[in-house]
Design a protein around this ligand. Structure first.
Ligand code: NAG
Ligand code: NAG
Ligand code: NAG
Ligand code: NAG
Ligand code: NAG
Length: 468
Protein backbone atom coordinates (compact mmCIF):
# COMPACT_ATOMS: atom_id res chain seq x y z
CA UNK A 1 0.00 0.00 0.00
CA UNK A 2 2.55 2.48 1.22
CA UNK A 3 5.02 1.55 -1.45
CA UNK A 4 2.67 2.12 -4.33
CA UNK A 5 1.99 5.55 -2.96
CA UNK A 6 5.55 6.72 -2.72
CA UNK A 7 6.38 7.44 -6.31
CA UNK A 8 3.35 9.68 -6.48
CA UNK A 9 3.57 11.33 -3.10
CA UNK A 10 5.58 14.41 -2.59
CA UNK A 11 7.94 14.58 0.39
CA UNK A 12 6.02 17.45 1.90
CA UNK A 13 2.88 15.42 1.80
CA UNK A 14 4.49 12.52 3.61
CA UNK A 15 5.85 14.83 6.25
CA UNK A 16 2.44 16.35 6.63
CA UNK A 17 0.85 12.98 7.16
CA UNK A 18 3.49 11.87 9.59
CA UNK A 19 2.98 15.04 11.53
CA UNK A 20 -0.76 14.60 11.63
CA UNK A 21 -0.47 10.97 12.68
CA UNK A 22 1.95 11.58 15.50
CA UNK A 23 0.08 14.64 16.67
CA UNK A 24 -3.10 12.60 16.68
CA UNK A 25 -1.44 9.88 18.69
CA UNK A 26 -0.36 12.32 21.37
CA UNK A 27 -3.82 13.84 21.56
CA UNK A 28 -5.53 10.45 21.73
CA UNK A 29 -3.30 9.21 24.50
CA UNK A 30 -3.82 12.33 26.58
CA UNK A 31 -7.52 12.55 25.99
CA UNK A 32 -8.19 8.89 26.61
CA UNK A 33 -6.55 9.11 29.98
CA UNK A 34 -8.35 12.27 30.98
CA UNK A 35 -11.60 11.00 29.55
CA UNK A 36 -11.60 8.12 31.94
CA UNK A 37 -11.38 10.62 34.71
CA UNK A 38 -14.34 12.59 33.44
CA UNK A 39 -16.44 9.59 32.63
CA UNK A 40 -16.05 8.28 36.12
CA UNK A 41 -18.44 11.04 37.02
CA UNK A 42 -16.22 13.05 39.26
CA UNK A 43 -17.32 16.32 37.81
CA UNK A 44 -20.96 15.56 38.24
CA UNK A 45 -22.56 17.46 41.03
CA UNK A 46 -23.15 14.41 43.13
CA UNK A 47 -20.81 15.49 45.79
CA UNK A 48 -22.87 13.95 48.52
CA UNK A 49 -23.08 10.62 46.83
CA UNK A 50 -19.38 10.56 46.16
CA UNK A 51 -18.59 11.47 49.69
CA UNK A 52 -20.84 8.77 51.01
CA UNK A 53 -19.36 6.33 48.63
CA UNK A 54 -15.80 6.72 49.62
CA UNK A 55 -16.32 7.38 53.25
CA UNK A 56 -14.90 10.48 54.83
CA UNK A 57 -11.26 10.06 53.89
CA UNK A 58 -11.57 11.52 50.43
CA UNK A 59 -10.31 15.05 50.09
CA UNK A 60 -12.57 17.34 48.12
CA UNK A 61 -11.73 20.70 46.62
CA UNK A 62 -14.93 22.10 45.19
CA UNK A 63 -16.44 19.15 43.47
CA UNK A 64 -13.21 17.40 42.61
CA UNK A 65 -12.02 14.21 44.15
CA UNK A 66 -8.34 14.99 44.45
CA UNK A 67 -7.19 11.47 44.90
CA UNK A 68 -8.70 10.36 41.64
CA UNK A 69 -7.51 13.49 39.87
CA UNK A 70 -3.98 12.88 41.07
CA UNK A 71 -3.93 9.30 39.98
CA UNK A 72 -5.34 10.09 36.53
CA UNK A 73 -2.86 12.90 36.23
CA UNK A 74 -0.03 10.52 37.00
CA UNK A 75 -1.38 8.17 34.40
CA UNK A 76 -1.28 10.85 31.72
CA UNK A 77 2.26 11.73 32.70
CA UNK A 78 3.36 8.13 32.56
CA UNK A 79 1.81 7.66 29.17
CA UNK A 80 3.49 10.77 27.81
CA UNK A 81 6.78 9.59 29.15
CA UNK A 82 6.44 6.23 27.51
CA UNK A 83 5.41 7.82 24.25
CA UNK A 84 8.43 10.06 24.36
CA UNK A 85 10.77 7.15 25.01
CA UNK A 86 9.26 5.33 22.12
CA UNK A 87 9.67 8.23 19.74
CA UNK A 88 13.25 8.76 20.81
CA UNK A 89 14.09 5.16 20.22
CA UNK A 90 12.55 5.41 16.77
CA UNK A 91 14.79 8.35 16.02
CA UNK A 92 17.77 6.39 17.21
CA UNK A 93 16.88 3.50 15.01
CA UNK A 94 16.60 5.85 12.05
CA UNK A 95 20.15 6.95 12.71
CA UNK A 96 21.60 3.46 12.80
CA UNK A 97 19.80 1.39 10.20
CA UNK A 98 18.15 3.30 7.42
CA UNK A 99 14.60 2.52 6.63
CA UNK A 100 13.91 0.82 3.32
CA UNK A 101 10.89 2.84 2.59
CA UNK A 102 12.65 6.06 3.36
CA UNK A 103 15.57 5.18 1.20
CA UNK A 104 13.32 4.96 -1.80
CA UNK A 105 11.93 8.41 -1.30
CA UNK A 106 13.62 11.67 -1.77
CA UNK A 107 13.27 12.82 1.81
CA UNK A 108 16.55 12.29 3.50
CA UNK A 109 16.66 10.45 6.78
CA UNK A 110 18.17 13.54 8.22
CA UNK A 111 15.11 15.53 7.39
CA UNK A 112 12.89 12.93 9.02
CA UNK A 113 14.91 12.84 12.16
CA UNK A 114 14.96 16.57 12.35
CA UNK A 115 11.24 16.73 11.83
CA UNK A 116 10.62 14.22 14.60
CA UNK A 117 12.94 15.97 16.97
CA UNK A 118 11.79 19.49 16.33
CA UNK A 119 8.11 19.05 15.61
CA UNK A 120 7.19 16.11 17.80
CA UNK A 121 9.57 15.20 20.56
CA UNK A 122 10.42 18.69 21.70
CA UNK A 123 6.80 19.90 22.00
CA UNK A 124 5.87 16.66 23.67
CA UNK A 125 8.68 17.07 26.12
CA UNK A 126 7.74 20.61 26.99
CA UNK A 127 4.09 19.64 27.41
CA UNK A 128 5.22 16.87 29.67
CA UNK A 129 7.32 19.21 31.77
CA UNK A 130 4.55 21.78 31.90
CA UNK A 131 2.15 19.16 33.20
CA UNK A 132 4.61 18.00 35.80
CA UNK A 133 4.98 21.52 37.07
CA UNK A 134 1.32 21.81 37.96
CA UNK A 135 1.07 21.42 41.68
CA UNK A 136 -1.80 19.42 42.98
CA UNK A 137 -2.62 19.72 46.66
CA UNK A 138 -1.11 16.91 48.68
CA UNK A 139 -3.36 14.20 49.88
CA UNK A 140 -3.08 12.99 53.39
CA UNK A 141 -3.02 9.24 53.61
CA UNK A 142 -6.08 7.68 55.06
CA UNK A 143 -5.17 6.48 58.50
CA UNK A 144 -7.46 3.55 59.03
CA UNK A 145 -9.13 1.95 56.01
CA UNK A 146 -12.84 2.38 56.35
CA UNK A 147 -15.31 -0.13 55.15
CA UNK A 148 -17.25 1.07 52.15
CA UNK A 149 -20.72 2.58 52.46
CA UNK A 150 -21.15 2.24 56.20
CA UNK A 151 -21.02 5.96 56.80
CA UNK A 152 -23.59 6.52 54.11
CA UNK A 153 -26.27 5.33 56.49
CA UNK A 154 -27.42 6.41 59.91
CA UNK A 155 -30.05 3.75 60.54
CA UNK A 156 -28.44 1.35 62.95
CA UNK A 157 -29.80 -1.84 61.43
CA UNK A 158 -28.31 -1.01 58.02
CA UNK A 159 -24.97 -0.18 59.60
CA UNK A 160 -24.98 -3.40 61.55
CA UNK A 161 -25.83 -5.32 58.43
CA UNK A 162 -23.01 -4.00 56.30
CA UNK A 163 -20.34 -3.98 58.97
CA UNK A 164 -18.01 -6.89 58.17
CA UNK A 165 -18.29 -9.74 60.65
CA UNK A 166 -14.96 -10.94 61.98
CA UNK A 167 -14.57 -14.63 62.71
CA UNK A 168 -15.06 -15.43 66.36
CA UNK A 169 -11.48 -16.44 66.99
CA UNK A 170 -9.32 -13.41 66.32
CA UNK A 171 -7.24 -13.48 63.12
CA UNK A 172 -8.36 -16.98 62.23
CA UNK A 173 -9.71 -17.87 58.83
CA UNK A 174 -13.07 -19.50 58.20
CA UNK A 175 -14.04 -22.25 55.76
CA UNK A 176 -13.80 -19.74 52.94
CA UNK A 177 -10.29 -18.83 53.92
CA UNK A 178 -11.28 -15.28 54.89
CA UNK A 179 -10.93 -13.41 58.14
CA UNK A 180 -14.35 -11.83 58.00
CA UNK A 181 -17.63 -12.00 56.15
CA UNK A 182 -18.98 -9.01 54.28
CA UNK A 183 -22.69 -8.65 53.81
CA UNK A 184 -23.37 -6.88 50.57
CA UNK A 185 -25.85 -4.35 49.32
CA UNK A 186 -26.16 -2.80 45.89
CA UNK A 187 -24.37 0.51 45.49
CA UNK A 188 -27.56 2.14 44.20
CA UNK A 189 -28.99 1.68 47.70
CA UNK A 190 -27.20 4.92 48.54
CA UNK A 191 -29.25 6.77 45.97
CA UNK A 192 -32.43 5.37 47.50
CA UNK A 193 -31.44 5.96 51.06
CA UNK A 194 -34.88 7.08 52.18
CA UNK A 195 -36.65 4.02 50.80
CA UNK A 196 -33.97 1.71 52.14
CA UNK A 197 -34.22 3.22 55.59
CA UNK A 198 -37.95 2.71 55.47
CA UNK A 199 -37.38 -0.89 54.44
CA UNK A 200 -34.89 -1.47 57.24
CA UNK A 201 -37.08 0.13 59.88
CA UNK A 202 -38.45 -2.79 61.94
CA UNK A 203 -38.15 -4.38 65.35
CA UNK A 204 -35.66 -7.20 65.33
CA UNK A 205 -37.45 -10.52 65.72
CA UNK A 206 -40.96 -9.18 65.13
CA UNK A 207 -43.15 -9.48 62.04
CA UNK A 208 -42.05 -7.46 59.07
CA UNK A 209 -44.43 -4.95 57.56
CA UNK A 210 -46.22 -6.30 54.51
CA UNK A 211 -43.71 -4.54 52.31
CA UNK A 212 -42.10 -6.97 49.89
CA UNK A 213 -43.24 -4.64 47.15
CA UNK A 214 -41.02 -1.89 48.55
CA UNK A 215 -38.14 -4.37 48.56
CA UNK A 216 -38.83 -5.28 44.95
CA UNK A 217 -38.97 -1.63 43.98
CA UNK A 218 -35.56 -1.12 45.57
CA UNK A 219 -34.12 -4.16 43.83
CA UNK A 220 -35.39 -3.22 40.41
CA UNK A 221 -33.95 0.27 40.73
CA UNK A 222 -30.53 -1.08 41.54
CA UNK A 223 -30.50 -1.56 45.32
CA UNK A 224 -29.71 -5.14 44.56
CA UNK A 225 -28.73 -7.17 46.50
CA UNK A 226 -31.06 -5.89 49.12
CA UNK A 227 -29.93 -6.27 52.72
CA UNK A 228 -31.27 -9.23 54.64
CA UNK A 229 -33.58 -8.45 57.51
CA UNK A 230 -34.16 -9.84 60.96
CA UNK A 231 -37.92 -9.80 60.92
CA UNK A 232 -40.46 -12.45 59.98
CA UNK A 233 -41.97 -12.26 56.51
CA UNK A 234 -45.73 -12.43 56.43
CA UNK A 235 -47.51 -15.30 54.74
CA UNK A 236 -51.09 -15.80 53.63
CA UNK A 237 -53.70 -16.21 56.36
CA UNK A 238 -54.11 -19.81 55.45
CA UNK A 239 -51.61 -22.07 53.78
CA UNK A 240 -53.12 -25.23 52.46
CA UNK A 241 -51.08 -28.24 51.48
CA UNK A 242 -49.89 -27.72 47.88
CA UNK A 243 -51.18 -30.09 45.22
CA UNK A 244 -49.03 -33.19 44.58
CA UNK A 245 -46.62 -32.82 41.68
CA UNK A 246 -48.61 -34.99 39.30
CA UNK A 247 -51.42 -32.45 39.61
CA UNK A 248 -49.70 -29.18 40.43
CA UNK A 249 -47.86 -28.71 37.15
CA UNK A 250 -50.95 -27.95 35.10
CA UNK A 251 -53.39 -26.70 37.66
CA UNK A 252 -54.00 -23.13 38.81
CA UNK A 253 -52.85 -23.17 42.42
CA UNK A 254 -54.99 -22.70 45.46
CA UNK A 255 -55.59 -18.95 45.65
CA UNK A 256 -55.52 -18.88 49.42
CA UNK A 257 -51.85 -19.85 49.38
CA UNK A 258 -50.99 -16.44 47.97
CA UNK A 259 -50.84 -13.23 49.93
CA UNK A 260 -52.75 -10.86 47.64
CA UNK A 261 -52.53 -7.58 49.53
CA UNK A 262 -49.92 -6.01 47.26
CA UNK A 263 -51.58 -6.99 43.98
CA UNK A 264 -54.43 -5.35 42.18
CA UNK A 265 -56.21 -8.72 41.98
CA UNK A 266 -57.36 -10.75 44.94
CA UNK A 267 -57.59 -14.17 43.29
CA UNK A 268 -56.33 -16.11 40.27
CA UNK A 269 -59.53 -15.74 38.25
CA UNK A 270 -59.06 -11.97 38.30
CA UNK A 271 -55.67 -12.35 36.59
CA UNK A 272 -57.36 -13.42 33.36
CA UNK A 273 -56.23 -11.69 30.18
CA UNK A 274 -59.85 -10.61 29.62
CA UNK A 275 -59.79 -8.47 32.75
CA UNK A 276 -58.42 -4.99 31.95
CA UNK A 277 -57.84 -4.40 35.65
CA UNK A 278 -55.63 -7.44 36.15
CA UNK A 279 -52.69 -5.24 37.19
CA UNK A 280 -49.92 -6.60 34.99
CA UNK A 281 -49.05 -6.22 31.34
CA UNK A 282 -46.29 -8.69 30.48
CA UNK A 283 -47.27 -12.28 29.81
CA UNK A 284 -51.02 -11.71 29.74
CA UNK A 285 -52.78 -15.04 29.56
CA UNK A 286 -50.07 -16.73 31.60
CA UNK A 287 -52.55 -17.61 34.30
CA UNK A 288 -54.87 -19.47 31.96
CA UNK A 289 -53.73 -23.06 31.90
CA UNK A 290 -55.93 -24.00 28.98
CA UNK A 291 -53.84 -21.58 26.86
CA UNK A 292 -50.53 -22.38 28.49
CA UNK A 293 -50.94 -26.07 27.72
CA UNK A 294 -50.31 -25.50 24.01
CA UNK A 295 -47.05 -23.64 24.33
CA UNK A 296 -43.96 -25.28 22.85
CA UNK A 297 -45.72 -28.52 21.99
CA UNK A 298 -48.05 -27.56 19.16
CA UNK A 299 -47.03 -26.52 15.70
CA UNK A 300 -48.25 -22.94 15.33
CA UNK A 301 -46.90 -23.05 11.77
CA UNK A 302 -45.03 -19.83 12.56
CA UNK A 303 -41.33 -20.33 11.87
CA UNK A 304 -40.42 -18.40 15.03
CA UNK A 305 -42.15 -20.90 17.32
CA UNK A 306 -39.81 -23.81 17.96
CA UNK A 307 -41.10 -26.90 19.67
CA UNK A 308 -39.48 -28.45 22.71
CA UNK A 309 -39.21 -31.87 21.12
CA UNK A 310 -37.35 -30.44 18.12
CA UNK A 311 -34.97 -28.53 20.33
CA UNK A 312 -34.22 -31.48 22.60
CA UNK A 313 -33.74 -33.78 19.61
CA UNK A 314 -30.73 -31.68 18.61
CA UNK A 315 -28.93 -32.91 21.73
CA UNK A 316 -30.72 -36.09 22.75
CA UNK A 317 -30.24 -36.87 26.44
CA UNK A 318 -27.74 -34.07 26.89
CA UNK A 319 -30.03 -31.31 28.08
CA UNK A 320 -30.67 -31.87 31.79
CA UNK A 321 -30.54 -28.51 33.56
CA UNK A 322 -31.23 -24.99 32.46
CA UNK A 323 -32.49 -21.52 33.08
CA UNK A 324 -35.62 -19.86 31.76
CA UNK A 325 -35.03 -16.13 31.77
CA UNK A 326 -38.26 -14.27 31.34
CA UNK A 327 -41.64 -13.41 32.74
CA UNK A 328 -44.05 -16.25 33.16
CA UNK A 329 -45.76 -18.76 35.37
CA UNK A 330 -43.31 -21.60 34.83
CA UNK A 331 -44.97 -23.30 31.88
CA UNK A 332 -41.68 -23.77 30.08
CA UNK A 333 -40.18 -25.38 33.17
CA UNK A 334 -43.27 -27.57 33.59
CA UNK A 335 -43.01 -28.86 30.01
CA UNK A 336 -39.31 -29.45 30.41
CA UNK A 337 -39.86 -31.27 33.67
CA UNK A 338 -42.00 -33.73 31.77
CA UNK A 339 -38.93 -34.30 29.62
CA UNK A 340 -36.88 -34.86 32.77
CA UNK A 341 -35.14 -31.50 32.34
CA UNK A 342 -34.82 -29.31 35.45
CA UNK A 343 -35.38 -25.65 34.69
CA UNK A 344 -35.04 -22.72 37.06
CA UNK A 345 -37.35 -19.87 36.06
CA UNK A 346 -36.57 -16.25 36.83
CA UNK A 347 -39.54 -14.42 38.24
CA UNK A 348 -40.26 -10.98 39.58
CA UNK A 349 -43.70 -10.19 40.89
CA UNK A 350 -44.47 -7.44 38.42
CA UNK A 351 -48.11 -6.85 39.22
CA UNK A 352 -49.01 -10.51 39.63
CA UNK A 353 -47.83 -13.41 41.83
CA UNK A 354 -45.46 -14.97 39.31
CA UNK A 355 -43.00 -16.35 41.88
CA UNK A 356 -45.73 -17.83 44.06
CA UNK A 357 -47.44 -19.42 41.08
CA UNK A 358 -44.27 -21.06 39.79
CA UNK A 359 -43.48 -22.41 43.24
CA UNK A 360 -47.03 -23.66 43.81
CA UNK A 361 -46.83 -25.49 40.50
CA UNK A 362 -43.88 -27.37 41.96
CA UNK A 363 -41.16 -25.56 40.01
CA UNK A 364 -38.24 -23.39 41.08
CA UNK A 365 -38.69 -19.62 40.85
CA UNK A 366 -35.48 -17.61 40.93
CA UNK A 367 -36.23 -14.17 42.34
CA UNK A 368 -33.65 -12.24 40.36
CA UNK A 369 -33.43 -8.90 38.60
CA UNK A 370 -31.65 -7.96 35.42
CA UNK A 371 -29.13 -6.02 37.47
CA UNK A 372 -27.13 -8.90 38.78
CA UNK A 373 -24.69 -11.51 37.70
CA UNK A 374 -26.40 -14.87 37.56
CA UNK A 375 -25.83 -16.98 40.67
CA UNK A 376 -24.43 -19.90 38.68
CA UNK A 377 -20.86 -20.88 38.07
CA UNK A 378 -19.16 -20.76 34.65
CA UNK A 379 -19.91 -23.48 32.10
CA UNK A 380 -22.65 -25.17 34.09
CA UNK A 381 -26.01 -24.85 32.30
CA UNK A 382 -27.14 -27.06 29.43
CA UNK A 383 -29.77 -24.60 28.27
CA UNK A 384 -30.80 -20.98 28.58
CA UNK A 385 -34.22 -20.16 27.25
CA UNK A 386 -35.37 -16.57 27.09
CA UNK A 387 -38.59 -15.01 26.01
CA UNK A 388 -41.16 -12.52 27.02
CA UNK A 389 -39.23 -9.86 28.79
CA UNK A 390 -36.34 -8.77 26.64
CA UNK A 391 -37.32 -6.76 23.69
CA UNK A 392 -36.52 -3.55 21.94
CA UNK A 393 -36.54 -1.43 25.10
CA UNK A 394 -33.26 -2.78 26.35
CA UNK A 395 -30.10 -0.72 26.18
CA UNK A 396 -27.54 -2.35 23.94
CA UNK A 397 -24.72 -2.17 26.43
CA UNK A 398 -26.90 -3.63 29.15
CA UNK A 399 -27.90 -6.41 26.79
CA UNK A 400 -24.24 -7.01 26.06
CA UNK A 401 -23.42 -7.48 29.74
CA UNK A 402 -26.36 -9.84 30.10
CA UNK A 403 -25.45 -11.89 27.06
CA UNK A 404 -21.85 -12.28 28.16
CA UNK A 405 -23.10 -13.46 31.55
CA UNK A 406 -25.32 -16.02 29.85
CA UNK A 407 -22.41 -17.12 27.75
CA UNK A 408 -20.41 -17.54 30.92
CA UNK A 409 -22.87 -19.88 32.61
CA UNK A 410 -23.73 -21.86 29.48
CA UNK A 411 -21.60 -24.95 29.10
CA UNK A 412 -19.75 -25.78 25.88
CA UNK A 413 -22.31 -27.47 23.68
CA UNK A 414 -25.11 -25.82 25.67
CA UNK A 415 -28.02 -24.23 23.87
CA UNK A 416 -29.18 -20.63 23.90
CA UNK A 417 -32.81 -20.47 22.85
CA UNK A 418 -33.99 -16.96 22.07
CA UNK A 419 -37.74 -17.16 21.88
CA UNK A 420 -39.72 -14.39 20.18
CA UNK A 421 -37.37 -11.55 20.91
CA UNK A 422 -38.92 -8.51 19.30
CA UNK A 423 -37.74 -5.08 18.28
CA UNK A 424 -38.26 -2.39 15.70
CA UNK A 425 -37.53 -3.55 12.20
CA UNK A 426 -34.86 -0.94 11.70
CA UNK A 427 -33.06 -1.98 14.89
CA UNK A 428 -32.96 -5.65 13.99
CA UNK A 429 -29.44 -5.49 12.61
CA UNK A 430 -28.04 -4.12 15.84
CA UNK A 431 -29.67 -6.83 17.92
CA UNK A 432 -28.70 -9.53 15.48
CA UNK A 433 -25.12 -8.50 15.84
CA UNK A 434 -25.44 -8.79 19.61
CA UNK A 435 -26.61 -12.39 19.37
CA UNK A 436 -24.22 -13.39 16.62
CA UNK A 437 -21.10 -11.89 18.13
CA UNK A 438 -20.42 -15.04 20.13
CA UNK A 439 -20.10 -17.13 16.97
CA UNK A 440 -22.39 -19.83 18.25
CA UNK A 441 -23.42 -22.58 15.94
CA UNK A 442 -26.81 -21.70 14.42
CA UNK A 443 -29.28 -24.56 14.66
CA UNK A 444 -32.38 -22.48 14.05
CA UNK A 445 -32.83 -18.88 13.08
CA UNK A 446 -36.16 -17.32 12.16
CA UNK A 447 -37.50 -13.82 11.72
CA UNK A 448 -41.15 -12.94 11.35
CA UNK A 449 -43.19 -9.79 11.11
CA UNK A 450 -44.91 -8.71 14.31
CA UNK A 451 -46.53 -5.57 13.01
CA UNK A 452 -45.84 -3.01 10.31
CA UNK A 453 -42.58 -1.89 11.85
CA UNK A 454 -41.80 -4.56 14.40
CA UNK A 455 -40.27 -7.99 13.97
CA UNK A 456 -39.85 -11.18 15.97
CA UNK A 457 -36.58 -13.05 16.13
CA UNK A 458 -36.17 -16.61 17.38
CA UNK A 459 -32.92 -18.48 17.40
CA UNK A 460 -31.40 -21.67 18.69
CA UNK A 461 -27.67 -21.33 19.10
CA UNK A 462 -25.02 -23.67 20.45
CA UNK A 463 -22.04 -22.51 22.46
CA UNK A 464 -18.81 -23.82 20.94
CA UNK A 465 -16.06 -25.48 22.96
CA UNK A 466 -13.55 -23.08 24.43
CA UNK A 467 -10.59 -25.13 25.42
CA UNK A 468 -8.05 -22.35 25.69
C1 NAG B 1 14.79 12.95 -6.41
O1 NAG B 1 15.95 13.76 -6.34
C2 NAG B 1 16.76 13.69 -7.49
C3 NAG B 1 18.00 14.49 -7.22
O2 NAG B 1 18.22 14.69 -5.88
C4 NAG B 1 15.96 14.23 -8.66
O3 NAG B 1 16.74 14.11 -9.85
C5 NAG B 1 14.69 13.47 -8.83
O4 NAG B 1 13.88 14.03 -9.86
C6 NAG B 1 13.91 13.47 -7.52
N1 NAG B 1 12.73 12.60 -7.66
C7 NAG B 1 11.50 12.97 -7.27
C8 NAG B 1 10.42 11.94 -7.46
O5 NAG B 1 11.26 14.05 -6.79
C1 NAG C 1 0.54 7.03 51.30
O1 NAG C 1 0.41 5.64 51.11
C2 NAG C 1 1.10 5.15 49.99
C3 NAG C 1 0.83 3.68 49.86
O2 NAG C 1 -0.30 3.30 50.53
C4 NAG C 1 2.58 5.43 50.13
O3 NAG C 1 3.26 4.97 48.97
C5 NAG C 1 2.80 6.89 50.32
O4 NAG C 1 4.18 7.15 50.57
C6 NAG C 1 2.00 7.42 51.49
N1 NAG C 1 2.09 8.87 51.55
C7 NAG C 1 2.26 9.52 52.71
C8 NAG C 1 2.31 10.99 52.61
O5 NAG C 1 2.31 8.93 53.77
C1 NAG D 1 -51.14 -38.31 41.76
O1 NAG D 1 -50.43 -39.29 42.48
C2 NAG D 1 -51.07 -39.78 43.62
C3 NAG D 1 -50.18 -40.78 44.30
O2 NAG D 1 -48.86 -40.50 44.09
C4 NAG D 1 -52.39 -40.47 43.21
O3 NAG D 1 -53.08 -40.91 44.35
C5 NAG D 1 -53.23 -39.46 42.45
O4 NAG D 1 -54.38 -40.12 41.94
C6 NAG D 1 -52.47 -38.90 41.28
N1 NAG D 1 -53.27 -37.89 40.64
C7 NAG D 1 -53.47 -37.85 39.33
C8 NAG D 1 -54.31 -36.74 38.81
O5 NAG D 1 -52.98 -38.69 38.59
C1 NAG E 1 -45.72 -27.22 11.12
O1 NAG E 1 -46.76 -27.03 10.18
C2 NAG E 1 -46.33 -26.57 8.93
C3 NAG E 1 -47.55 -26.38 8.06
O2 NAG E 1 -48.61 -25.91 8.78
C4 NAG E 1 -45.40 -27.60 8.30
O3 NAG E 1 -44.91 -27.11 7.08
C5 NAG E 1 -44.23 -27.85 9.25
O4 NAG E 1 -43.43 -28.85 8.73
C6 NAG E 1 -44.74 -28.25 10.59
N1 NAG E 1 -43.59 -28.36 11.50
C7 NAG E 1 -43.43 -29.39 12.29
C8 NAG E 1 -42.20 -29.36 13.14
O5 NAG E 1 -44.19 -30.32 12.34
C1 NAG F 1 -38.24 -39.40 32.60
O1 NAG F 1 -37.73 -40.21 33.59
C2 NAG F 1 -38.62 -41.26 33.97
C3 NAG F 1 -38.03 -41.99 35.13
O2 NAG F 1 -36.68 -42.22 34.92
C4 NAG F 1 -38.89 -42.15 32.79
O3 NAG F 1 -39.79 -43.15 33.13
C5 NAG F 1 -39.46 -41.32 31.64
O4 NAG F 1 -39.62 -42.10 30.49
C6 NAG F 1 -38.56 -40.14 31.34
N1 NAG F 1 -39.23 -39.27 30.38
C7 NAG F 1 -38.67 -38.87 29.26
C8 NAG F 1 -39.49 -38.01 28.37
O5 NAG F 1 -37.54 -39.17 28.96
Amino acid sequence: MAKSCFPKCRPGKIMGWLQIMLGGLVIIVSISSLFRFYSAGFFLHNEDICRHFYGTNVVYEGNIDLESLTSRFQEVLDKMERLQDKLESIVQRMETNGDDVLRKTNISRFEHKKFLEVEVIRPLYSAHIALRQIRLPRIENATAREDPLINAFVVEEIRKYITPKENRAAKSVNIYGTERVYNTIGHACVAMKKELEEYMDYDVGSYCKDDWILGQKLMIRGCDPLPRRRCLARASKLYLRPYPINESLWRIPEGRNVRWSNYQCRNFECLSSKNPKRGYSKCTGCFEMEKEKFKWITNTSLPIDFMIKDVLSIKPGEIRIGLDYGVGTGTFAARMREQNVTIVSTALNLGAPFSETIALRGLVPLYATLNQRLPFFDNTMDLIHTGGFMDGWIDLQLLDFILFDWDRVLRPGGLLWIDRFFCKRKELDEYMYMFLQFRYRKHKWAIASKSKDEVFLSALLEKPPRSL
